[in-house]
Design a protein around this ligand. Structure first.
Ligand code: GLU
Length: 553
């Protein structure tokens, strides 16, 4: 045994696992040519950020569009940042939006796949097996510097105005003699394990980022920490080990990691691993006072994906909106294929924008109205029921007890060539259906300013006289037109426009009064359908109540 080998035995006496065995345990995947293996690797810090969902979606689409595999790995080496339920939150966040996991952590203490464990805290032996080999080869060494030593080092570097960090001649423990290492380890002195960087910082490396393009940076010259004093790996070392043995082909992650790529390449090389392809995703930005900034968990409720679930944006809407940010050709594709499933979109990683997309809630709302307008009445009802079950128990009860009636409400004007786009999220459904249920209906007889309560009373009086619940749509409308002249209103808009002074208003104003009397809204889907659905008794009662109100106010 040479000194490096003796040192490795001293540090890792119990590690019998070898890198060769890991290669056998986690063999290259048997996948078709061109299939990409991607992963989403969040830390369980308690919530899923919309930017995280965005990155996960890019990973999922990359795998799916190439017949590959998308896996979920949980990076829980930093126990200080972890919160209870963090893992469940992430899985719920992904599944709520249909970003299904092919492999990896799939539930609390539940995994699927042959490349696990997929939770870093359960992979300690694998990291140590690789670290042991690095020590044997002289590529890693124990460092006994204390916090104070490191602070002092930093202060001296500051004084001399040189790059900060543990490198080159500053790396005090790099060349300790084996005797000293042995003595200090046997004395129980705490130590971390550091990489012995091969580069001295004088060279530059280039790599092709699949989103950002060609990037050139100084090579790594830092003796970074691989294992902390407790033997737990740092993010950097775990990234190299995990993505190698999980056989990730494409590392697609947030661009905050770009600066670390030279180090990561150095780590892959030191371990003898093939370097994966990298694609760095820009953060989702928000515009505020003319400036762009990252969406922040603290300031922006929409930063957490749970916001969209609580508000009741359908998962299809959120994904549809994210797709518009992911590939600039998505909207053209959508125009050409208005009803095609999202899964048919030919996603292309290379078409991702290298700069940060702006998050626009107004645009999401529009996208969502469109998505919901294309759903069947049954789908709308089912989605609304599922949402109400968690967030609006009263509505849930009304819908489940009157399921057919509820579905009929959503059938009005649906499935036409130009469906109405008036619901953006399930939390708006209550307002949309309120006047169909006496239990939650609150009347509000406010009219457009140009119609006085006195005129409204006159209109309703005449209308009640001719109203017949059995009338078909044409007869019903013809009757409204018939009473127009009696009340001083034009029976059609053209007639009114020819000589506005001659009339109080036109048929549109008259039907507004009837609409408000029945629904307390100036805007609704087809009023005749509403009347038929509400039933004779309810409609007559509403007309009479409104008449009474306009007479007395
Ligand atoms: N755990 C890292 C994070 O949450 C993951 C980075 C990566 O995808 O490699 O930022």
């Amino acid at each position: 045994m040479n000194e490096f080998e003796m040192l490795a035995e001293l540090i890792f006496p119990d590690i019998t696992l070898t890198p060769e065995q890991c290669e056998i345990d986690f063999p290259p995947r048997d996948l078709p040519e061109g299939a990409r293996v991607t992963r989403f690797a969040p830390s369980p810090t308690g919530f899923l950020h919309i930017g995280g969902l965005f990155t996960a979606l890019v990973n999922k689409l990359t795998a799916k569009s190439t017949g590959g595999t998308f896996l979920l790995r949980i990076e829980d080496t930093d126990k200080k940042r972890e919160i209870e339920d963090g893992v469940s939150e992430i899985i719920k966040g992904l599944t709520d939006f249909g970003v299904e996991i092919d492999e990896g952590v799939i539930g609390f203490n539940k995994e699927s796949g042959a490349y696990g464990p997929y939770q870093q805290s359960h992979r300690k032996t694998i990291y140590q097996a690789i670290a042991k080999r690095l020590v044997q080869e002289g590529s890693a060494y124990p460092c006994f510097c204390s916090e104070d030593d490191l602070n002092e080092l930093r202060a001296r570097q500051e004084e001399q105005n040189v790059n900060k960090g543990y490198y080159g001649e500053w790396a005090k423990c790099r060349d300790l003699s084996f005797e000293e290492q042995k003595r200090r380890i046997e004395a129980g002195e705490p130590f971390v394990l550091r990489l012995r960087a091969r580069g001295d910082g004088s060279h530059r490396i280039t790599f092709d980022d699949m989103i950002k393009g060609k990037i050139e940076m100084p090579e790594n010259n830092m003796d970074v920490v691989l294992l902390k004093t407790d033997g737990i790996p740092t993010y950097h070392f775990a990234h190299a080990v995990d993505d190698h043995f999980m056989r990730t082909t494409h590392v697609i992650r947030s661009d905050e990691w770009i600066a670390s790529v030279p180090l990561h390449i150095a780590l892959f090389k030191a371990c003898g691993f093939r370097v994966p392809k990298y694609a760095h995703v820009s953060p989702i930005m928000k515009e505020e006072d003319g400036n762009k900034r990252k969406l922040s968990k603290r300031k922006d409720p929409e930063a957490a994906v749970s916001f969209f679930t609580e508000q009741g944006f359908p998962k299809e809407s959120v994904i549809e909106y994210l797709l518009t940010l992911i590939n600039s050709n998505f909207e053209d594709w959508r125009k050409a294929n208005p009803r095609a499933p999202q899964a048919d979109f030919p996603f292309n990683l290379k078409k991702m924008s290298p700069s940060g997309a702006l998050f626009d809630l107004v645009k999401l709302t529009d996208v969502s109205k469109n998505v919901i307008s294309l759903m069947t009445a049954d789908e709308v009802c089912e989605n609304a029921v599922r949402w109400a079950e968690s967030y609006d128990p009263e509505l849930y009860k009304l819908f489940t007890e009157n399921r057919e009636y509820a579905t009929a409400i959503f059938s009005i004007d649906r499935g036409t060539a130009k469906p109405r786009k008036d619901i953006a999220k399930w939390s708006e459904v209550r307002g949309y259906v309120e006047y169909f249920f006496d239990e939650i209906y609150k009347n509000n007889y406010v009219l457009p300013e140009k119609i006085s309560n006195k005129d409204a009373a006159a209109i309703l009086e005449e209308y009640i006289k001719v109203f017949n619940f059995e009338d078909d749509k044409d007869t019903w409308f013809a009757k409204m037109k018939e009473i127009c002249p009696l009340l001083g209103y034009a029976a059609n808009v053209k007639e009114y426009k020819n000589d506005p002074d001659k009339f109080k208003g036109h048929i549109g104003d008259l039907s507004t009064v009837v609409r408000v009397a029945i629904t307390s809204r100036v805007n609704t889907p087809d009023l005749h359908s509403i009347i038929r659905l509400l039933g004779e008794e309810k409609v007559e009662a509403r007309l009479n109540d409104a008449l009474e109100y306009y007479r007395n106010n």
